[in-house]
Design a protein around this ligand. Structure first.
Ligand SMILES: Nc1nc2c(c(=O)[nH]1)N[C@H]1C(S)=C(S)[C@@H](COP(=O)(O)O)O[C@H]1N2
Ligand SMILES: [Mo]
Length: 538
């Protein structure tokens, strides 16, 4: 900054000090912006961190000669130089924003808004960005603006107190009232310090977590699994062709996700270990390679959440690749008296599974490493999770699994047991209407009613539909893959104008009818026949 030659040294000096404080406020606001963006990125879209997106954007738009110059000059450090320059540019812009907000309100907010718009553009134009990718920079911008207003308001109060005969608009604070400014000063410094500290802690913490999950993402992309020894054959007629009907196999991107993890655990397959201990003859410890070298087989299994309401979407089918859990329990040798396996995840989550559900030769309980032809997605338990046909997920499908403790229901309790859910929870078999949907109207004529039905380990024998409390009619079923996978069903309906109830129920291969009585999800899963109100237009 140029040395002042003006006679009013005192006044220039004060202006200079306010400029420095407002620059600091601007920098703290930018830090809050980036910290919030990193935190939101961590929760919704780990690869949409604005600072990195802007960096990649700069790399993409910089002309080739400049890139070559940068590589020639800085070599391996070119990325570091880029990020440091970007950091410096952000700091300078933030300082200017703070100064503008103090001396020329609201132009500081304009600076943040422009930075927000640019980083949002950089994030959403990245290849493969989801809609959620805009959330980090947008929320960051809002918080950055709020912090700037908060801090500059306090700074104005302070400067107002300092200026003798202060007016509410402080353009050039130039004289001091003795001992004035203590209150405003305190409140400005405390707010700036607190927000600054929080931004640094949250920002660095989130960035580090983002970086690990990005590196695990890379490890997952590079992972090459051995070909499975056996594959699932999808029989002819396994999939019905009806608009609005759930696909037979749920794509990974549409698969429901339920877990207690605030951020998706990032587990490195090269350091992952599975330990089998507790009531065993011999403690067993396996690496990821040990596990997959036992040989992978394919299994088609429908997973269901205990929190699935009648007609709900917390159910999905996938083709998993994995290793039978019983084979690994055999290596450890379970002791007499054990009746439960407490599986534990890296994040501390635990599930209690009856021992016999894991050892029974007729049940395909597996450690899964792949889902629909690719390594498990991070949010579905990468690198290894459990899948047990016939049991709700919370008592069986532990993701990011690292330990099986062979024990008893008397001695141990899983995560959800003291929280109002049953220690043992076989899936209540059920059926669901996918189309037509409640509240949607359809035109009179032939309307296909269709949906899915599941009775893992037993199989669906029949699905029945009735209209307006009429007679139950049998629906057409898709050709089942196996008894662990849901089937699709459909029934053409001659719909007449008006409103109608469509109701569905399933009958399993043991001849049992789906429970009619409504039950809430706690403690061991919902029940009841789904009833859909359909409006038919003439
Ligand atoms: N580590 C861990 N595993 C978990 C859970 C969890 O909270 N933490 N939730 C379970 C529940 S309740 C269900 S329904 C299934 C859901 O698996 P998905 O998210 O792959 O669909 O995971 C199970 N495995
Ligand atoms: Mo669940």
């Amino acid at each position: 900054m140029a040395k002042s030659t003006a006679p009013a040294t005192q006044s220039k000096h004060r202006r200079w000090v306010w400029a420095l404080w407002s620059a600091l406020a601007g920098i703290v606001s930018a830090a809050a912006f980036l910290a919030v963006a990193e935190l939101v990125a961590l929760l919704v879209a780990p690869e949409s961190s604005p600072i990195l997106a802007v960096g990649s954007f700069v790399i993409d738009i910089v002309p080739q000669p400049i890139k070559e110059f940068a590589i020639a000059t800085f070599g391996e450090a070119d990325k570091v130089v880029l990020l440091c320059s970007l950091g410096l540019a952000v700091t300078i812009a933030a300082a200017i924003g703070g100064i503008l907000q103090f001396f020329a309100r609201p132009f500081g907010l304009v600076v943040i808004a422009v930075a927000g718009a640019l980083s949002t553009a950089a994030v959403v134009t990245r290849a493969g960005a989801s809609v959620l990718a805009a959330a980090p920079p947008v929320l960051g911008t809002l918080v950055g603006c709020a912090v700037l207003v908060l801090l500059i308001t306090r700074l104005r109060v302070w400067s107002g107190e300092v200026v003798a005969g202060s007016t509410s608009r402080i353009e050039s604070p130039d004289a001091e009232t003795p001992a004035a400014g203590q209150v405003g000063r305190r409140s400005f410094l405390i707010a700036t310090g607190a927000v600054g500290l929080a931004a640094v802690v949250v920002g660095i913490g989130s960035r580090m977590l983002n970086a690990t999950s990005a590196s695990i993402d890379a490890a997952r992309r590079e992972l090459r699994l051995p070909e499975p020894r056996t594959t699932v054959t999808i029989p002819n007629g396994a999939e019905l062709d009806v608009d609005g009907l759930s696909p037979l196999i749920t794509p990974n991107s549409d698969f429901y996700r339920v877990d207690t993890a605030l951020t998706v655990p990032a587990v490195d397959p090269s350091t992952w270990r599975l330990v089998i201990d507790g009531m065993v003859r011999e403690r067993v410890e396996l690496s990821f390679d040990d596990l997959v070298e036992m040989g992978l087989d394919e299994y088609s299994i429908t997973l269901t959440c205990v929190s699935n309401e009648v007609g709900g979407g917390l159910v999905g089918s996938a083709i998993w690749q994995g290793v039978p859990i019983r084979d690994i329990l055999k290596m450890a040798g379970t002791q007499a008296g054990a009746d439960m396996v407490l599986s534990r995840s890296v994040d501390g989550y635990t599930a209690s599974t009856p021992l016999e559900s894991l050892t029974d030769d007729g049940l395909d309980a597996i450690f899964a490493v792949a889902m629909n032809g690719e390594p498990l997605p991070l949010e579905h338990g990468f690198p290894v999770r459990m899948v047990v046909p016939g049991l709700y997920g919370y008592v069986s499908a532990t993701k990011w699994v690292t330990e099986l403790k062979v024990t008893t229901f008397d001695a141990d309790e899983a995560y959800w047991t003291p929280r109002g859910y049953a220690a043992q929870a076989p899936i209540k078999f059920a059926s669901r209407v996918d189309t037509p949907r409640t509240g949607k109207s359809v035109a009179a004529g032939t309307v296909p009613i269709a949906g899915v039905a599941w009775a893992q380990t037993v199989g669906i024998d029949r699905v029945e539909v009735r209209i307006d409390d009429g007679d139950w009619q049998s629906a057409t079923l898709s050709n089942p893959i196996n008894s662990d996978t849901w089937v699709q069903w459909m029934m053409p309906w001659e719909a007449t104008a008006g409103t109608h109830y469509v109701e569905v129920r399933a009958i399993n291969k043991n001849g049992e009818t789906q429970i009619e009585e409504r039950a809430p999800i706690a403690p061991d899963g919902s029940s009841g026949w789904q009833r859909v109100l359909v409006t038919v237009t003439a």
